[in-house]
Write a protein that binds this ligand. Structure first.
Ligand SMILES: Nc1nc2c(ncn2[C@@H]2O[C@H](COP(=O)(O)OP(=O)(O)OP(=O)(O)O)[C@@H](O)[C@H]2O)c(=O)[nH]1
Ligand SMILES: [Mg+2]
Length: 289
């Protein structure tokens, strides 16, 4: 699944039977090239050295196996599952900066819930661009669920309110809200998200069941800054990684989870509604190394 730069991490080890200082240095550099932060890259190679000594590994396959295990064990505690509310509707707010893959991820989530025979309603609360509303409506048609929308420029909170009102009236299982991701008015954006959050709380008696942050797998260390900001604003309950199929990196997930301890819930591996899989640390580790 992942090629390119992260492959180099594996290539560094190929043909080497032991971890000499040069190999360690190259490996650390390769990890950083794959978007692993420098401190975590250092930790990983130190741990790998310890493991290799303990396990008396004698060939490159053995070293690779240890590296995969190390990556897997770091991410395993952060395998998460989407939360479904015991009292419907489950509310999922989908967050993230411009172009990360929010709307596509919503379509995929809707498709997934529909395949489980659940009813889904989409809230077009990214009212910043007319195209965003239309895009969600097209997806709604394609995956077979209703879309609650207002005009461009409308108050996203009002769209959220309408959507939850309709969902309760119709006994809908899951409401998924698109949100704006523009960055140039960040303070307003975060305030707007908090306001939407309060509207959910008032309508359902609890915070949105999922505040799902979409991270573009190509983003690199910026992903951590994004996660920190959204987390401060509204409390992120899970990460959705988009575009893992198109990246050569993905190492930012290691620092992101280490720093913020937010579970990774789903992974986007393409542009079609079916291209969404649960996050699996083992698959990720095997794919990258
Ligand atoms: N290959 C691949 N492309 C993806 C994936 N998810 C999203 N995309 C593409 O990424 C682009 C942006 O996706 P959107 O879902 O529109 O992103 P967004 O966050 O809603 O963007 P804005 O509404 O502009 O902020 C589109 O061209 C998608 O087809 C994925 O998992 N794999
Ligand atoms: Mg969008």
């Amino acid at each position: 699944m992942l090629q390119g730069i992260f492959r180099r991490v594996g290539n560094v080890l190929r043909g080497r039977a032991t971890l000499d200082d040069d190999t360690i240095e190259e490996l650390e550099a390769a990890l950083v090239m794959a978007d692993v932060s420098a401190p975590i890259a250092r930790e990983i190679v130190e741990e790998l050295r310890r493991r290799a000594e303990g396990a008396r590994v004698t060939d490159d396959e053995g070293l690779l196996e240890l590296l995969r295990d190390e990556v897997c064990e770091r991410l395993e505690p952060f395998e998460g599952e989407l939360v479904l509310a015991s009292e419907p509707p489950t509310t999922i707010m989908v967050l993230g900066v411009n172009g990360t893959g929010k709307t596509t991820t919503i379509a995929k989530l809707a498709h997934f819930f529909r395949s489980q025979d659940m009813s889904v309603l989409l809230a077009a609360a990214d009212t910043f661009r007319a195209a965003a509303i239309e895009q969600l409506q097209v997806w709604g048609q394609r995956v077979g669920c209703e879309v609650v929308a207002q005009k461009m420029g409308a108050d996203p909170g009002a769209v959220m309110f309408d959507a939850l009102d309709a969902a309760k009236a119709r006994g809908i299982d899951v409401v998924i809200a698109d949100t704006a991701g523009r960055l140039h008015t960040k303070v307003n954006l975060m305030e707007e998200l908090r306001k939407m959050g309060r509207i959910v709380e008032r309508a359902t008696g609890r915070p949105a069941d999922e505040r799902l942050l979409v991270i573009d797998a190509n983003t690199g260390q910026n992903a951590i800054i994004q996660a920190r900001e959204f987390n401060q604003a509204i409390g992120v309950t899970g990460i959705a990684v988009a575009k893992l199929d198109s990246t050569a990196k993905g190492g930012a997930l290691l620092s992101l989870t280490a720093e913020l301890a937010i579970p990774i819930k789903v992974v986007g591996v393409g542009e079609k509604p079916g291209d969404l899989v649960p996050f699996c640390a083992r698959d990720f580790a095997d794919g990258i190394v």
